[in-house]
Design a protein around this ligand. Structure first.
Ligand code: NAP
Length: 323
């Protein structure tokens, strides 16, 4: 058993590090549990999804852009400068039934905490193809976030494709029509699950084309994507489509399985439910920030803002304990 921590922050993306910066500057000596890298079932990394992003051009303060990993390193340094400590483990289960809270780590140790900020993010779902993951990791033109990466010069006036048929896919496709010479939407069925309004926008776009009943069998290209191998789900026919960018938009999975049995309220899609605009969960002293509690905006800057709110809420909560 350890000493009782004031604030344990679980997760090390923009929400986690921002919470740490604020909590450290409030002299709470926060502990960040940064997690360990995993590749199954999808990529989960310390530093979060930005570790899979090449250029970040939409985070204010970086007029020339910055790579996702460089940005996360800078966030971490800033948090450590004010006394944040880190542990390279996962939290595998949480006991919020009594105080102090008990967090069990992947090394079988227990961390005791007065307050907890959950900032474990969400991971984009991938199709699970080897070449898809290789080119996503290397910045070779495969991405799970058009809003993050779509405006990069490599995608300008090039043929691009989005995989998926939900609101995210059509929103991303619509966004990409501003940059790509042509935007294909590759969908495995013959109808979209996206809202009618979103569908209308795509059907009215002169440079968008829907490829119905198609699945991606392989992603082609060595250094950068050159195309995809498609299969028609009705006829079984295979074809090649030339592309310079592929955006996978087949949903996200919030990292909340370690909260099973903890009593934290999740919504139907397993995101943490927040108490109105604050970071408060249904359990007093447990807060959440970033994509783990936000299925809608999912941006580095919005996650960082939520991290700030969570640290301020935790600070207020801790002072109420001693007050
Ligand atoms: P989603 O609604 O779950 O849609 C996922 C899409 O990916 C579906 O069309 C699904 O196909 C397809 N898919 C899933 N696995 C696949 C695979 N392995 N291979 C190929 N295709 C696959 O996810 P989302 O679009 O991210 O939306 C999540 C939630 O956020 C939804 O409630 C959505 O309405 C909401 N959202 C709202 C907005 C907005 O209102 N502006 C924007 C974005 C998201 P099938 O249809 O065949 O299952």
């Amino acid at each position: 058993m350890s000493d009782i921590e004031n604030v344990v922050i679980i997760g090390s993306g923009p929400a986690g590090w921002t919470a740490a910066i604020y909590a450290a500057r409030a002299d709470l000596k926060p502990l960040v549990v940064v997690g360990v890298p995993k590749t199954q079932p999808s990529i989960v990394l310390p530093g979060g999804q930005l570790m899979l992003t090449t250029e970040v051009e939409n985070y204010p303060g970086f007029p020339e852009g910055i790579t996702g990993p460089d940005m996360m390193e800078a966030f971490q340094k800033q948090a450590e400068r004010f006394g944040t400590r880190t542990r390279g483990e996962d939290i595998v289960s949480c006991d919020f039934s009594s105080k102090p809270f008990k967090l069990e780590t992947s090394k079988g140790e227990t961390i005791l905490a007065k307050s907890v900020i959950v900032a474990t993010g969400a991971t984009a779902n991938w199709m699970g193809l080897d070449n898809e993951m290789r080119l996503a990791r290397s910045g070779g033109g495969v991405s799970a976030c058009a809003v993050c990466d779509g405006a990069l010069p490599a995608f300008r006036d090039q043929p691009l494709a989005v995989v998926g048929g939900g609101d995210s896919a059509l929103e991303e496709a619509s966004y990409l029509t501003k940059f790509g010479s042509k935007v294909y939407i590759i969908h495995r069925r013959d109808e979209f699950r996206a809202s009618k309004a979103m569908q209308k926008r795509i059907f009215n776009s002169p440079n968008a084309e829907v490829l119905w009943n198609k699945v991606v069998l392989d992603v082609l290209g060595d250094e950068v994507i050159t195309g995809v191998l498609l299969k028609d789900t009705i006829t079984g026919e295979e074809s090649t489509l030339d592309l310079r960018g592929l955006f996978v938009a087949i949903g996200h999975t919030p990292t909340t399985s370690f909260l099973d049995g903890s009593g934290i309220e999740l919504d139907d899609a397993k995101y943490i439910q927040l108490n109105t605009r604050s970071s408060k969960t249904n359990i007093d002293g447990v807060f959440a920030a970033g994509d783990v509690a936000d299925s809608e905006y999912r941006q580095a800057v919005s996650a960082a803002g939520m991290g700030c709110i969570a640290a301020l809420d935790a600070e207020h909560y801790i002072s109420s304990l001693s007050g």
